[in-house]
Design a protein around this ligand. Structure first.
Ligand code: FES
Length: 112
């Protein structure tokens, strides 16, 4: 399976071949299920770090998966600071993680 980054992950893709969609994540192709959110698509493809905090540089990823914590911010089709856990995937979607801190929204980042 193509992947933008393979981290060890506890998430498992339950992809049904007839529901597959292809996305671009940080310039690489991943396959997700049409019913996934962006967060679940990234997690099941082994991408667990979505951004880094501006203060410590600690890696952050989805925590609540219901739109409360803002730990899942990514850029989707050029729109920055989107909550990946609330956005359903679409074929051809272009996603950029903020793992290099270049898109950090200081007002939305929290070090814990
Ligand atoms: S994971 Fe908490 S807002 Fe998305």
């Amino acid at each position: 399976m193509p992947s933008a980054q393979k981290d060890s992950t506890m998430f498992r893709n339950l992809l049904k071949p007839d529901r597959a969609v292809t996305l671009s994540v940080d310039g690489k192709c991943i396959v997700a299920c049409a019913d996934d959110t962006v967060a679940s698509a990234l997690l099941t493809n082994g991408i667990t770090s979505f951004r880094k905090t501006p203060v410590s540089g600690a890696a952050r990823g989805p925590y609540c998966c219901m739109g409360v914590c803002f730990e899942c911010l990514v850029t989707i089709d050029g729109e920055t600071n989107r909550q990946a856990c609330l956005v359903p995937v679409r074929p051809g979607m272009v996603i950029e993680t903020h793992r290099d801190n270049s898109h950090s929204g200081k007002d939305l980042n929290h070090d814990r």
